[in-house]
Design a protein around this ligand. Structure first.
Ligand SMILES: Cc1cc2nc3c(=O)[nH]c(=O)nc-3n(C[C@H](O)[C@H](O)[C@H](O)COP(=O)(O)OP(=O)(O)OC[C@H]3O[C@@H](n4cnc5c(N)ncnc54)[C@H](O)[C@@H]3O)c2cc1C
Length: 325
């Protein structure tokens, strides 16, 4: 079992992706004792590089996280590579139990656990996720520009994705798959933008794990594509949040589930905070890092007020005692 100091950390962070590490950096610099427990599975792990992160464009995700951990540790933050199995509210704070049975304790807890991308159930998709099976044009659009891009429609959002990716390539095919019949207006939009429409259920995708060759339909026909766009369901990793009393909500845009916070990352349960994809399903790496920073500043403010209240109580008591002496 890992040997942790018996003291209570100021803040315990579950999840050491962009959101969690950014919060830990700010808390370390605020001279707070902070521990990050991280399972080491950031959502973008399958991608070769992180894009749209100014000054770090194209950096491999694992390298970005390594640099982040180094910066956190430089300010005295502790980063533990493990899985948190359970979390509980206790007097004066929280405890969590990690995979080897060790228990850590903290005054405040920040969940930066990210989300899980649940892909449509088509054989071959998962093996190409993040390389040739994509969802986000801002993450991968540049890399597939001018290529033959298929869009797998599982709802009417497929039309929106096809129109979006048309910005990066003129060779777009929308596979209607399980989506409902399109409206006249949608059909006109697709035709006007030169987007090919293929009806029929997709039964598999063919490729070598890196590159895609084709999309196969139930009638046996094969359609060559270089990349396939899908719309995953974004399921926030919330099991532990539920253990400390947080409600999980369906996202208003129908894209998945998430936990709601105030603009600074505070949840309705005192002492519990959340940042990154767990609360913002559309968040990118740089915005998740910003969420973490914002939550850290608010958390530090919350601790300062608690300490000030305790100091005022002690001060008043000392003055009362001095007066009766
Ligand atoms: C294929 C793909 C490519 C992408 N490319 C880009 C891109 O180019 N640019 C961009 O800006 N965004 C990109 N994104 C989005 C980006 O991945 C997210 O915005 C970002 O990872 C969110 O950061 P986060 O810290 O909230 O969560 P994550 O980065 O997912 O980190 C969450 C961390 O929490 C840990 N964790 C979860 N539960 C536990 C637990 N119980 N105990 C311990 N640790 C736990 C996980 O192991 C993980 O390390 C991409 C997403 C995907 C799917």
């Amino acid at each position: 079992m890992t040997n942790f100091p018996a003291f209570q950390y100021d803040v315990l962070i579950i999840g050491g992706g962009a959101a969690g590490l950014s919060a830990a950096l700010a808390l370390g610099r605020a001279r707070r004792s902070v521990v990050v427990v991280d399972g080491g599975e950031p959502r973008n792990a399958p991608a070769s590089g992180v894009h749209n992160f100014l000054t770090r464009d194209g950096t491999p995700p694992a390298e970005l996280m390594r640099l982040g951990r180094e910066e956190v540790e430089g300010y005295g933050g502790v980063v533990v590579r493990s899985e948190v199995l359970s979390a509980a509210r206790v007097d004066g704070g929280f405890t969590v139990t990690i995979a080897d049975g060790a228990v850590l304790s903290a005054r405040r807890i920040l969940f930066a656990t990210g989300l899980i991308d649940e892909l449509p159930e088509v054989p071959g998709l998962r093996g190409h996720w993040g390389t040739a099976v994509l969802h986000c044009p801002y993450c991968h659009g540049w890399e597939v520009q001018d290529r033959a891009i298929g869009v797998l429609a599982t709802s009417e959002k497929g039309v929106h994705q096809a129109l979006l990716f048309r910005q990066w390539s003129e060779r777009i095919t929308l596979f209607l798959h399980t989506a409902e019949q399109l409206t006249e207006e949608q059909l006109e939009q697709l035709a006007a933008r030169g987007i090919e429409l293929v009806t029929g259920r997709v039964t598999s995708v063919d490729g070598d794990g890196e590159r895609l060759n084709a999309v196969i339909l139930e009638d046996g026909s094969s359609h060559a594509v270089d990349a396939l766009v899908v719309a995953p369901t974004f399921t926030a990793r919330t099991e532990l949040l539920e253990q400390v009393g947080i409600e999980v909500l369906p996202h208003p845009m129908g894209v998945g589930s998430f936990v709601e916070t105030d603009p600074m990352g505070a949840t309705p349960v005192p002492g519990v905070w959340a940042a990154g994809n767990v609360t913002d399903l559309m968040g990118q790496v740089v915005t998740s890092a910003a969420d973490g920073l914002r939550a850290a500043a608010a958390l530090n403010g919350d601790l300062i007020m608690e300490e000030t209240r305790a100091a005022v109580d002690a001060y008043r008591l000392a003055r009362t005692e001095a007066a009766v002496r």
